[in-house]
Design a binder for this molecule. Structure first.
Ligand code: ATP
Length: 361
């Protein structure tokens, strides 16, 4: 597999500030790839170096096999959609989209056909004559997309494109962006600080911290098998416990403080696991409350409810367990006939060795 975009040892300094600290990255043609991380981790800087708006301090960037050093942004096979959309309010929707073609040698007729195609693609067919200043946030976003897509770039770079939209609109646009990306087959690189957005949309995600990539994987692997505590903390909710690993031949066991001892299935044992202290992650949805009248074959431990947060479809419980340092969070579906427990309720918590995520201590 040859990568469409390939970065090796990329470093970026702003004066003395070290913004990118050795980025190695291969992005495949047709991939929906996300750069995810907290504010200031360098994801926008990385996107801008791919676009050609920032130079590299060191390392190499190749797109489609060609070294990009010295190649200006407008000569790269990339196009960027900005957070602010940069829609010209005095131009119509069609004129805004056609702006992308201003340097093209297409005839007027070809241009107007291309504009129509781009507007149809983003669900704005028939909106060409509209005034741009009267558009909703979601419509402006679509115009910006159409303007970027009309140039048929190999790579579309998206810098937090949905962050200005309300929650409902954002969720709708996420689904539409995925559909659009599959339809046009262009490689999308999305910058976002919203982990849910990255999980929903991406084929693969690079999680960045302080100028470095902490982990790069498909969404399911990232969620199920984070390789460090900071990745585990950044993606979804995670409880952390302490434990001690022991090995005996091929079997790896872990003694989890407050819960007990369990033999780990091979799939739960990260490479390079050695005996000794570990940090253990447990997702809230992989624990469960054992409600009165229910039974289980799985392991249970006594607990006391210390906090209850009701979400309608779900309830999040914090519970205290003897020997566990901090409260554990458990998410439960509010099924028919299942009560919502009160703070102070004595209950039992079900746990399973398959949900233990071993992390470096
Ligand atoms: P955010 O989500 O807040 O946009 P980010 O992960 O995209 O964050 P960047 O915008 O890439 O982060 O910035 C990374 C670091 O580099 C930040 O500390 C920022 O202040 C710094 N930085 C970015 N651009 C410049 C610049 N032109 N000059 C100096 N420092 C900069």
């Amino acid at each position: 597999m040859t990568a469409l975009i390939s970065l090796r040892g990329v470093q970026k300094y702003y004066g003395t500030y070290h913004a990118l600290r050795g980025i190695d990255l291969d992005i495949k043609a047709g991939e929906f790839f996300s750069l995810l991380g907290p504010s200031g981790c360098g994801k926008t800087t990385l996107l801008r170096t791919i676009a050609g708006f920032e130079g590299l301090s060191d390392g190499t960037l190749k797109i489609d096999g060609k070294d990009m050093s010295g190649v200006p942004a407008n000569l790269r096979p990339t196009n960027m959609v900005f957070q602010s959309y940069a829609i010209f309010p005095h131009l119509s929707v069609a004129e805004n989209v056609a702006f992308g073609l201003r340097k093209s040698s297409m005839s007027k007729k070809e241009k107007s056909a291309a504009v129509k195609e781009a507007l149809d693609m983003v669900g704005l067919g028939g909106f060409g004559g509209r005034a741009s200043h009267a558009l909703s946030g979601g419509q402006r976003q679509r115009v910006a997309l159409a303007r970027a897509l009309i140039l048929k770039p190999k790579v579309l770079l998206l810098d937090e494109p949905l962050s200005a939209l309300d929650k409902k609109m954002r969720e709708q646009m996420q689904v539409e962006l995925i559909r659009l990306q599959r339809q046009v087959g262009i490689t999308f690189i999305l910058v976002t600080h919203d982990q849910e957005e990255a999980l929903v949309m991406s084929d693969r995600i690079a999680v960045m911290f302080e100028g470095e990539i902490g982990q790069m994987d498909d969404p399911e692997t990232l969620y199920r098998a984070p390789n460090s505590r900071r990745v585990a903390e950044f993606i979804g909710k995670m409880n952390f416990l302490t434990g001690v690993v022991t090995t005996d031949g091929g079997t790896v066991s872990v003694d989890v403080a407050g819960l007990g001892r369990a033999e780990l299935p091979a799939s739960q044992v990260p490479q390079g696991t050695v005996p000794g202290k570990v940090s253990i992650g447990i997702r809230p949805e992989t624990l469960a409350i054992l409600f009165d009248g229910e039974t289980t074959q799985r392991r249970v431990v006594d607990a006391t409810v210390s906090e209850v947060v009701y979400y309608g479809d779900m309830t999040y419980y914090d519970v205290r367990i003897a020997g566990v340092e901090s409260a554990l969070t458990i998410s439960m579906k509010n099924l028919i006939g299942r009560p919502v427990l009160d703070v102070g309720a004595k209950t039992k918590v079900i746990w399973d060795e398959r949900s233990l995520v071993l992390l470096p201590a």
